[in-house]
Design a protein. Structure first.
Length: 656
């Protein structure tokens, strides 16, 4: 049996950056990219030290760059001191205090703009409010809030006083919230009465009350509630405080708490395939350096940009490219409370037009759903302000990439397809848009200083054009430092013995003849069919490239002969077939299509149709649930985070 992962995706289109874009780019031309890569290869520690000294404001300069003595528990710039909030706010007060920092568009379309001076004052006031509740350096604070100016204020205020925040996505259930409060041993929860999404009011304070009632939250002494929707809430006078009352009268200045570069900035929980969520712990200095460099390099940040990352701060993308990275470079950015399809599917395009967005960063799931709901809609809006598009969250299939490029970007905006993870803190593999030609569906080449490799299951490096496990062979500043409270799990998950000291990303990848990387899905999503190892992403891409298909998700289920059978869950562009004969005809068409695109080995054994796929409110497809359905097993996982739990019953029934 082959231990390599095969790639049958045949994508030959290539898009070189335009001469005008190259001329103005922060990293201009392939030679500039290669020079940085060579600098890192020649003097790794010196390279990162130069970047850290150039791009971050230090209170106490560091002398020590990288400590590998207790690998894989690496330390970067440890003897240096800084404050992340000061790097994001204070450094702009002299140069651009009146520049707009945040453009907040509420669910109902109301717009609020706030300058760097005002944001700094609000962060200082809230930092003083937290200190008045005896919340100090090293204390953990859980943030369970809607997208808003206030949630950015909350995160920045925690960073300012050295408290460690743990943001929990507002779509998570009380049970999920409870698990995170207990694991972090948080002393406070910052929340809101409710959040407004898609014209609906969704309670938040109620979930906090339920979580605290489950027990074990013994360290909690304060629940600070932002009044967003004016909803009725239960009140516990011993714990609960109104945000506006607590900040009233607080000083608008607050001296930053200077901390070691290795001081934990935040814990962000990510679901493990089994067991309790993992609390990914990030540092202050190394993490911020990654966020700043990628804003400059991957997003080619310019002072005139209007930057919009559509991610919620409950995810790492919202940490690095909403709460920290854009503010650290002094950007003006859009923050959006609502959903892309309300009041209609033109919402994103209308906002780009209204706010003159120049850099737009969103997820493939959002792109595909917008294609399905109104593929021609972007043409009705003025999107001429756009100069750069980005994709994040999962591999983008080539057909969605092409639609994004031609329809949204009008064939003039480079697309930065970014591969990275909660654990890496910032982009690892992505095209630098003024240097690297792009291929639809490929995240292209590693960033300068990020040492990647493709290895076999036993950790042997695979050279040339090959597929296998994606690893990063050298420590890098923005990587996670540990799993909160569970260093053994950190070591076993990310640095297993067979990987010989390399960081195991958990993704499979293929490297093509040009050295470009193609992400093929999670390692546990690799299908083993009759001795062949196939990435689920390629089968999904093949399905979506058919004109009948809007979205597809592919999983495996046990098969007596082949080892694994391929099960595809498909959303059609037209109505879901209710007639069995018509359904069988579409199934046969799609099976033959995949066979033609990828070869007979990749032909799905089973195709099920649904009106949509099971997704979280952030648009992530819950493939674990699909695996359970494919196997015919009872769903025991928590489904409260799903936007559309009713779809699960539909997908159970529709077998053709």
């Amino acid at each position: 049996m082959s231990t390599h992962i095969e790639s049958n995706l045949n994508e030959n289109r290539i898009f070189a950056p335009g001469a005008a874009f190259v001329a103005q780019a922060n990293i201009s031309g392939m030679a500039a990219y290669q020079a940085l890569c060579q600098e890192a290869a020649h003097d790794y520690a010196g390279y990162w030290a130069r970047l850290a000294r150039t791009h971050l404001a230090w209170h106490k300069p560091f002398q020590k760059v990288l400590d590998e003595s207790k690998a894989p528990f690496f330390k970067w710039f440890e003897d240096g001191e800084l404050n992340v909030s000061a790097n994001c706010l204070d450094k702009h007060l002299a140069s651009q205090p009146e520049k707009t920092a945040l453009i907040f568009e509420a669910d109902d379309g109301q717009v609020t703009r706030i300058s760097y001076r005002d944001l700094h004052a609000r962060v200082c006031q809230f930092a003083n409010a937290l200190k008045s509740r005896h919340i100090n350096k090293g204390d953990r604070v859980v943030i369970y809030m809607p997208m808003s100016i206030e949630v950015v204020v909350a995160m920045q205020a925690c960073a300012r006083i050295g408290a460690i925040h743990s943001v929990v996505f507002g779509g998570f259930s009380a049970k999920s919230l409870h698990e995170r409060i207990v694991d972090a041993q948080a002393c406070a929860v910052l929340t809101a009465d409710a959040q407004l999404r898609g014209g609906k009011t969704i309670p938040l304070k109620t979930a906090v009350d339920e979580a605290l009632a489950m027990g074990g939250c013994t360290a909690i002494h304060s629940v600070i509630v932002y009044r967003r929707a004016g909803s009725e809430v239960q009140w516990n006078s011993k714990l609960d405080l109104w945000w506006h009352e607590l900040v009233a009268g607080q000083a608008a200045t607050c001296e930053p708490e200077w901390v070691s570069a290795e001081h934990p900035l935040f814990i962000l929980y990510t679901s493990g395939s089994t067991g309790k969520p993992k609390g990914v712990q990030h540092s202050s200095g190394g993490y911020l350096l990654g966020a700043v460099l990628t804003m400059q390099w991957v997003f080619d940040y310019k002072a005139s940009d209007i930057f919009w990352c559509t991610a919620d701060v409950g995810w790492i993308t919202g940490h690095s490219y909403v709460a920290y990275g854009p503010l650290a470079v002094g950007a003006t950015q859009v923050i959006f409370e609502g959903v892309p399809t309300w009041p209609d599917a033109g919402r994103f395009w209308k906002m780009i037009q209204a706010h003159k967005v120049s850099t737009f960063y969103t997820a493939p799931t959002a792109i595909r759903s917008l294609i399905k709901l109104g593929g021609e809609l972007p043409k009705q809006y003025d999107l001429s302000s756009l100069r750069l598009l980005g994709s994040v969250g999962e591999p983008i299939n080539p057909e969605a990439w092409m639609w994004y490029y031609t329809v949204v970007g009008q064939s003039r905006c480079p697309i930065v397809d970014t591969w990275w993870q909660t654990e890496t803190g910032c982009h690892m593999i992505a095209p630098l848009p003024g240097a690297i030609a792009t291929k639809p569906g490929s995240c292209t080449l590693p960033l300068p200083g990020i040492m990647t490799a493709i290895v076999s299951e036993t950790g042997e490096k695979l050279s040339g054009e090959n597929g296998g496990f994606l690893v990063i062979t050298r420590p890098f500043p923005s990587q996670l430092r540990t799993i909160w409270g569970d260093p053994q799990r950190y070591q076993e998950n990310y640095f297993p013995v067979e990987m010989k000291g390399a960081y195991l990303a958990g993704d499979s990848a293929h490297r093509d003849k040009d050295g470009y990387y193609w992400i093929m899905g999670r390692i546990d999503d690799v299908l083993k069919v009759s001795g062949h190892r196939l990435g689920t992403m390629e089968v999904e891409s093949a399905l979506v490239s058919n004109s009948l298909v809007a979205e597809a998700a592919v999983v495996g289920k046990p098969h007596d002969i082949k080892g694994e059978a391929i099960v595809a869950f498909v959303v059609l562009k037209g109505a879901r077939p209710t007639d069995a004969a018509a359904a069988r005809q579409i199934v046969e068409t799609l099976r033959n299509w995949v066979s033609k695109e990828l070869g007979p080995i990749a032909k799905p054994d089973e195709i099920r149709f649904g009106d949509n796929l099971p997704k979280t409110r952030s648009g992530k497809i819950m493939r674990r649930l699909l695996r359970t359905i494919a196997k015919g097993e009872q769903i025991t996982q928590d489904v409260s985070t799903l936007e559309n739990p009713a779809i699960l019953e539909q997908l159970k029934e529709t077998i053709y």
